[in-house]
Design a protein around this ligand. Structure first.
Ligand code: PEP
Ligand code: MG
Length: 584
């Protein structure tokens, strides 16, 4: 037998070697069939019973496991419970039973497929991934309809690497960390819940392996390399020994990095850099501090609008933001206003499909057109500013006109609150995302109008190099060190430093240790990233001198091609951080 290597998507870093445990998550096979008119009422009742039973099971899980669990787990359970009350799912199925005279199983399967189709058109990866939640909830109802009991991860007695088609939040809830070495799934992406949970649990994981469940049997020896999203089945001896070494080294390195947690992110010559976490859910707020970060540099608020029939109320906005601000205190929380595009049906009401959603009615453009939605969110954010250190960040600003209009609305909302006697911080800092090349080009003009910049490299690179950030066929061209990108970054930093505007970055580039010294050298004062990357970047920050970083940035900037710029950055890192580079 020869080893087989499967490549998927990086979900949670770390290396584990162990025996596989193939979790039976074969889909329940159900037959959709027509029913007689007379049976419709009973069928609806049977469906509703299965929904109630599903809800009971989730509530029970929540009760049993609520202590000692991260809030993100509970949030996801709540999401599933909420889905069991979702009109599209529940009423949609009931309507199908009635209108098409279908049995409950058939009606539910069709409803989930219909919802799935809508999700597929969503551009935002995070929102699109919520389709899995709907499918997992649907699967639970189906199992309850047909009386099929699911194998539980709580039953696993020996240490194992879990191989599954997909894992539901309820699986990860009952997962015993001492027994589960890691997991690998067919489905999922970097932003699927499974991946998010793996990171928050600190369990190595790879997802999106497509057909790993077909290749592995329980008991097979597998290597799970969460750093590269790779699974090796039946490894050869040489590979095995190689990974054993890698695993030891990685663990040791992580422990070393862990020691930096309480230390400041300060360069050898005393320049303090702010390292912060990016979060999507309010429940993730404490994880930034747990990884040695100081506050939240990007709170993507899109989640508040998800999985629901109605728009979030001002109170819901307020409560979520207040919770995050209080938890993060005394550190700051940068709340980004809604960033959705015109094709995002996740928004209650849905919107017209656009031919080029990335160039369409997205983020601030959308908010300025749907001002009621925007004003409600701004009221919630402003009221929360009375309870913590909050900054407001506006996404996708492309020019001054948008910024003027945004600020005008903000002032109007403030005066409304003032006249209602509601408390808020009148001097709340307002910043813009620099993620459209036009914004970078006029950074000097924007700098005169705002308190801070936060550079969103995910979009800035997409728009500068004309590379769809979702399209795997052009992913090879997605290059943060492209000279055009670097020149824009330089321009932005120059404008920020001249105007004494705080310069931050919250795109993925900020979380890669390879770029950290360059960014410091360019003048970035604040870097916000996925929380697991904080210790890695901190290690670089604490080991460089600002002067060296400035020289490196200048040298990288002089390179005529991305390849040469990358080589320059890599040489610097290999020379200074051979141990760190070996782990990347
Ligand atoms: C970015 O574009 O870099 C960014 C941080 O925003 P998002 O990934 O949410 O578009
Ligand atoms: Mg963006």
């Amino acid at each position: 037998m020869h080893e087989i290597v499967y490549r998927g998507i990086v979900a949670s870093p770390g290396v584990v070697i162990g025996r596989a445990y193939l979790l039976d998550r074969r889909k329940v096979v159900v037959a959709g069939r027509r029913i007689d008119d007379i049976n419709v009422k009973d069928e609806v009742a049977r469906f509703k019973q299965a929904v109630d039973r599903s809800k009971g099971q989730l509530e029970d899980l929540k009760k049993r496991f609520s202590k000692g669990l991260g809030k993100s787990h509970l949030y996801i359970l709540d999401t599933h419970i909420m889905l069991l009350e979702d009109k599209m799912l529940v009423d949609g199925t009931v309507k199908r039973i009635r209108d098409s005279q279908l049995n409950a199983e058939g009606a539910l399967t069709e409803t989930i497929a219909a919802i799935g189709l809508k999700f597929d058109t969503i551009e935002d990866e995070y929102l699109r991934e919520r389709k899995h939640d709907v499918e997992q909830v649907g699967e639970r109802i189906l199992r309850n309809l047909v009386g099929h009991k699911q194998e539980s991860l709580a039953d696993i007695k020996e240490e194992a690497v879990i191989i599954a088609h997909d894992l539901a939040p309820s699986d990860t809830l009952v997962m015993r960390k001492d027994k589960i070495l890691g997991f690998a799934t067919d489905a999922g992406s970097r932003t699927s819940h499974t991946a998010i949970l793996a990171r928050s649990l600190g369990i190595p994981a790879a997802v999106g392996l497509e057909n790993i469940t077909a290749a592995v049997k329980t008991g097979d020896v597998v290597i799970l390399d969460g750093i590269h999203g790779v699974v090796i089945v039946d490894p050869d001896e040489e590979t095995f020994l190689d990974y054993l070494k890698k695993q030891r080294r990685y663990k040791y390195f992580e422990q070393e990095l862990e020691k930096l947690r309480t230390l400041p992110a300060v360069t050898l010559d005393g320049h303090m850099i702010q390292l912060q976490g990016n979060i999507e859910l309010p429940e993730e707020v404490s994880s930034a501090a747990e990884h040695g970060g100081t506050g939240i540099g990007l709170y993507r608020t899109e989640f508040l609008f998800l999985n629901r029939q109605t728009l979030p109320t001002e109170e819901e906005h307020y409560n979520a933001y207040r919770h995050v601000a209080e938890k993060a205190g005394p550190h700051e929380v940068v709340i980004r206003t809604l960033d959705v595009g015109g094709d995002k049906v996740g928004l209650p009401g849905g919107f017209e499909k656009e031919a080029n959603p990335a160039l369409g009615l997205r983020a601030i453009r959308f908010c300025l057109q749907k001002q009621d939605i925007f004003r409600t969110q701004l009221r919630g954010i402003l009221r929360a500013t009375a309870h913590g250190n909050i900054k407001i960040l506006v996404p996708m600003i492309s020019g001054l006109a948008e910024l003027y209009e945004t600020k005008k609305i903000l002032e109007e909302v403030k005066s409304e609150l003032r006249s209602e006697g509601k408390a808020f911080n009148d001097r709340v800092a307002v910043g813009v995302m620099i993620e459209i090349p036009s914004a970078a080009m006029i950074a000097d003009l924007l700098a005169a109008e705002v308190d801070f910049f936060s550079v969103g490299t995910n979009d800035l690179i997409q728009y500068t190099l004309a590379i769809d950030r979702q399209n795997e066929h052009v992913a090879y061209m997605y290059e943060p060190l492209d000279p055009a990108v670097l020149r824009l970054l330089h321009r932005v930093s120059d404008a920020a430093l001249r105007a004494k505007v705080t310069l931050a970055m919250c795109g993925e580039m900020a979380g890669d240790p390879l770029y950290a010294a360059i960014l410091l050298g360019m003048g970035f004062q604040s870097l916000s990233m996925n929380v697991a990357s904080i210790p890695w970047v901190k290690k670089v920050v604490r080991s460089v001198r600002m002067q060296d970083a400035v020289e490196l940035a200048a040298l990288v900037m002089r390179q005529p091609t991305a390849a040469l710029a990358r080589k320059t950055a890599e040489n610097f890192m290999e020379e200074r951080f051979p141990d760190l580079v070996a782990e990347l």
